[in-house]
Ligand binder design. Structure first.
Ligand code: FE2
Ligand code: FE2
Length: 317
């Protein structure tokens, strides 16, 4: 858990808090009910503590506290954008970690994720650079957590580059990006997290994840039908070579077309195991070489956004 978030929590702590003292040893530094002593916490930071830990059973409590904190931060006029972005990032990680590590997604997770998508859009509108910094921020150990956050953000950037500023559509893209691979949580983490070459039978398993995603959300009342479409269609390709249905062109739902491109770009640029990463320009070259798979209008818009970013960076150098 991020120390910066703890420093802003007010009132009695709703859980015990630990620091790590060696590979698998933790020591409790605050008890449930304590009011957090910021000075003591800063001392731990000076001694090198980078993270705090809670017990798995308390994760939901931590999510609730972070959620409240974000709402307060975003409502405040004197909001520091980078602080709010930090809290949004932290909450995204916790919700996604719960999905991929604890296998939990329920009504409450949905509400939190929906509110979170609205916060992303607010940040996007206030300062797009804050959001792009997210892409470098996440240190979470779980690839699926980092990949989901980056797919959501890249999806928003693509939609923006395509001149789409409709809040409703942006929210679908953001939430769809965060949840698109939710079905992967049913597969052994060795398949989702590895950077080795997968066997044919593992690929067959992977191809089930859009459908498995629907199983994960079964029983959740009012799950938005638009997000279901993104989950089921995010591996459909524009030229009809995707799965599960082989839909083509505009038969594919617009937010799913955006997420298909964002997903592929994220996979090439997000750290996974020891695999070497592509730069944004290299990733775009790869996607351009498979351009039939993606909506040509989206590829064009995203390419020009990236090249204008590169040109700016060169000018500044
Ligand atoms: Fe996927
Ligand atoms: Fe994905």
């Amino acid at each position: 858990m991020a120390i910066e978030v703890f420093l802003r929590l007010q009132g009695a702590l709703p859980f015990d808090v630990f620091i790590k003292i060696s590979e698998d040893k933790y020591t409790k530094i605050f008890n449930l009910g304590d009011v957090l002593d910021a000075q003591r916490l800063q001392n731990y930071m000076h001694k090198g503590a980078q993270k705090l830990y809670i017990q798995t059973k308390d994760r939901r409590q931590y999510i609730n506290s972070t959620d409240k904190l974000i709402r307060k931060m975003i409502q405040q006029e004197k909001l520091s954008l980078s602080e709010a972005a930090f809290a949004v990032e932290e909450l995204s990680e916790q919700i996604l970690f719960e999905i991929y590590e604890d296998g939990i997604f329920d009504q409450e997770s949905l509400f939190k994720a929906q509110a979170l998508a609205k916060s992303y859009i607010q940040l996007l509108k206030k300062d797009v650079n804050v959001l792009t910094q997210f892409l470098k921020m996440s240190k979470n150990e779980t690839y699926m957590v980092r990949h989901s956050i980056s797919t959501a953000i890249i999806g928003l950037l693509i939609a923006r580059a395509d001149n789409n500023n409709n809040d409703k559509i942006l929210e679908i893209i953001c939430l769809g990006g965060l949840l698109h691979d939710i079905g992967m949580s049913f597969l052994p983490s060795d398949i989702g997290e590895t950077d080795r070459k997968l066997t044919d039978s593992e690929w067959l398993e992977i191809r089930k994840h859009p459908h498995l995603g629907l199983q994960m959300i079964e029983g959740i009342e009012y799950f938005p039908s638009e997000i279901k479409e993104v989950i089921t269609q995010h591996h459909e390709y524009y030229n009809g070579t995707g799965y599960p249905k082989g839909l083509r062109g505009e038969e594919i739902y617009y937010p799913a077309r955006v997420i298909a491109l964002a997903d592929a770009f994220s996979a090439l640029t997000t750290r996974r195991g020891g695999r070497s990463l592509l730069t944004p320009a290299q990733a775009m070259n790869v996607l351009n070489s498979e351009r039939g798979k993606y909506d040509p209008k989206l590829i064009k818009a995203f390419s020009s956004l990236l090249s204008s970013g590169t040109a700016k960076a060169k000018k500044a150098a």
